[in-house]
Design a protein around this ligand. Structure first.
Ligand code: C2E
Ligand code: CA
Ligand code: CA
Length: 641
């Protein structure tokens, strides 16, 4: 995995700026020290010159050359004064030290630059150069000048001192720096590890330790570039854990996190070492298979991934079973950039999920079309729900007593027409509403509409004994709040709870999450009906536990009646079993008199199907009920059979 070079570069930069700051401070210190040292030196020299001039005035006055030399010879103790001379008032040389030094001309006449006075020339005033200088000091007696003292001074001691000073400063600085470096080593280590931690947080998922979406997208971009430059094939697998919410709900988030981490490990161990595995969302993972060869190999890996995730996860007290839905996009064929590839693999995953989960699906143009169509449907459904009249309405299909053929109730079925008048089948929009969570709003909207239709029918003189409303298993995820909302909606419209029956599929009974809601439905006084009975896996225990009132035998068992012996046996068995439990039976999809006759003979209680009445709008239902009642003898109120 590529790491950013941000940390070392920042480190180098901060070192460089520290060094520069130290260098500037050092240079300023030395310059300052030079000026201070030179000033001190000059002060000392002028004091020495003044003392020498003072001491030698008698020798000058008495023209005593030997005494004069004796006095100025004191400069030998001062290395910074190299030679000295005393001149008489008439500018002639009285004495010099060292004797006969060539720097001193016999008379003080010449005007020359101090640095060049070595060629027997003396400037006519004190002149100080960079390395050397000439000092002139008047020799006075009682305020009047009697001679001149000339000193040749040398500043090299200043530079030596400066050099010593610089060495000292450098020495102290390096000792201090190395001490500071040692002392801050721990701190620097902590900073470095904090930086590494932050980098991990930014690029890796803390639950699984796998790369996160950000890093994954960076890696995917590299793969896309590599594949784009030719030669190899790669595959992007979009993985979504099926029903992971079940684990979280049953065992809590801590265990959920542990399972996620185990999932990450299993995925990693199933693919090759160089392949990329990342967690890109709550229960979403992604895998890039490098140099995969072809779609067949991608399919083999997808199958292995589904297989390893299908093995039980050790959770207490019972192990967890989950599934995996995989969408596959091939590179370079299915997209030229990471975003498109992820979108396409996601679409394929979506289709795998819709086809029943725990399977894989390759992306294709037709999937693209299908998913786009669903997305369009979703947005149209959203718009429909946002409007008061968004084309949503309810059709009612009569349910008749098998014996008397009297209407015992109706099933309410959702209907939707697009703004251009085209109807959309509930078989198309209910799954979309379920997948997008719009089913909650849709269910509420339909129940509201049913209440209004019932009020309309009541005005027309028809009181329905029973209205069956379909409730999706996904609506049950809202918990008992769903039942409370239904109750208050019915109360607001003055409808009685006992008139309503909710049709649920068998999966609602077996799903632990639905149990509390079913209990709440039962306690509130609603009747429960099991829809499409025979296609799921409900047990008799559940039927008793939730006090189910009705079983609806699925159309697929009715269709081939009475000729198909197997279907006939199933239908008879269901009827007998239901009756033994005190549950009534409705047969769906009754289209022929032969089917109706068979069902009546085997004591099916209620019939529903095109033979007896199509699903119809409330206004047509009023006409239908009116006709039936005329046939039945003019009774307008519809009573149960
Ligand atoms: P379902 O609950 O099994 O509804 C029965 C379906 O069978 C309805 O299809 C109905 O029109 C159709 N049907 C009735 N009699 C016959 C017949 O004699 N022959 C044949 N071939 N079909 C018959 P529909 O209205 O298209 O509804 C399809 C499914 O959509 C329903 O199946 C139900 O699962 C779902 N659905 C409908 N309305 C709602 C609703 O309000 N909420 C929820 N959650 N689901 C709904
Ligand atoms: Ca139904
Ligand atoms: Ca049904």
């Amino acid at each position: 995995m590529a790491r950013t070079s941000r940390t070392p570069r920042a480190h180098r930069l901060s070192l460089l700026s520290t060094a520069l700051a130290l260098l500037i401070a050092f240079v300023l210190l030395i310059v300052h020290q030079y000026f201070v040292g030179r000033q001190v030196l000059l002060d000392e020299l002028s004091t020495e010159a003044a003392i020498l001039a003072e001491n030698s005035n008698a020798a000058v006055v008495f023209n005593d050359a030997a005494a004069a030399r004796e006095i100025i010879s004191a400069i030998r103790l001062t290395p910074r004064i190299q030679s000295a001379a005393l001149y008489r008032q008439d500018s002639s040389l009285l004495a010099s030290w060292p004797e006969d030094h060539p720097a001193f001309p016999p008379t003080l006449e010449t005007h020359l630059d101090a640095d060049r006075f070595g060629a027997s020339a003396v400037p006519n005033e004190t002149t100080l150069g960079f390395r050397r200088g000439v000092m002139r000091e008047a020799v006075q007696v009682d305020g009047s000048t009697v001679g001149t003292l000339i000193l040749n001074v040398d500043f090299s001691s200043l530079y030596w001192r400066l050099l010593e000073y610089a060495g000292g400063v450098l020495g102290i600085a390096s000792v201090a720096l190395s001490l500071a470096y040692r002392l801050t080593r721990r701190l620097r280590k902590q900073v470095a590890s904090a930086e590494r931690r932050m980098e991990r947080l930014a690029l890796y998922d803390h639950v699984t330790g796998l790369p996160n979406r950000r890093l994954f997208e960076q890696e995917l971009r590299k793969v896309v570039d590599r594949v784009g430059s030719g030669g190899t094939l790669a595959a992007l697998l979009f993985l979504d854990v099926d029903d992971f919410k079940k684990v979280n709900d049953a065992f809590g988030h801590e265990v959920g996190d542990r399972v996620l981490s185990m999932i990450g490990q299993r995925l990693k161990h199933t693919v090759r070492v160089g392949d990329v595995v990342a967690r890109i969302g709550g229960d979403e993972f992604a895998v890039v298979l490098l140099d995969v060869g072809g779609p067949d190999n991608a399919a083999i890996v997808a199958r292995s991934l589904i297989e390893v995730i299908g093995r039980p996860f050790s959770t207490e007290p019972t192990p967890s079973h989950i599934g995996l839905s995989v969408g596959i996009a091939m590179m370079p064929g299915d997209g030229g950039d990471p975003a498109a590839l992820l979108r396409h693999a996601d679409m394929a995953m979506y289709v795998a999920k819709a086809q029943g989960k725990n399977r894989f699906q390759f992306f294709s143009e037709s999937i693209d079309g299908k998913v786009r169509q669903e997305l369009r449907l979703e947005s149209e459904l959203r718009q429909a729900l946002a409007k008061e009249d968004g084309g949503l309405w309810v059709a009612y299909q009569p349910k008749l007593c098998a014996r008397t053929r009297q209407v015992v109730g109706v099933e309410a079925l959702a209907r939707w027409c697009l703004p251009d008048g085209r109807p959309v089948s509930p078989a198309d929009f209910i799954p979309v509403a379920e997948r997008t969570g719009l089913i909650t709003a849709l269910g509420d909207r339909l129940l509201e509409r049913i209440c209004r239709d019932l009020a309309g029918l009541r005005c027309a003189g028809f009181e329905l004994a029973s209205v069956a409303v379909n409730v999706s298993s996904l609506q049950l995820l809202q918990g008992p709040a769903l039942v409370e909302r239904f109750c208050s909606m019915l109360a607001a419209h003055g409808e009685s709870v006992s008139q309503f029956e909710f049709e649920l599929t068998e999966s609602a009974l077996t799903d632990a999450r639905g149990a509390s809601v079913l209990e709440a439905f039962r306690l509130a006084g609603f009747k429960l009906s099991i829809d499409d009975f025979g296609t799921g896996y409900s047990s008799l225990g559940y039927l008793k536990r939730f006090d189910v009132t009705t079983l609806k035998v699925d159309q697929c068992f009715v269709r081939a009646l009475p000729d198909d012996a197997e279907d006939a046996a199933i239908v008879i068995a269901v009827i007998q079993m239901a009756h033994a439990l005190g549950i009534s039976v409705v047969a769906e999809g009754v289209e022929t008199e032969a089917q109706a006759d068979f069902l009546l003979r085997h004591e099916c209680d209620v019939l529903q199907g095109y033979l007896l009445g199509m699903p119809m709008p409330a206004s047509e239902l009023a006409d239908y009920l009116g006709q039936r009642n005329r046939v039945a003898g003019g009774v307008r109120a519809v009573q149960p059979g």
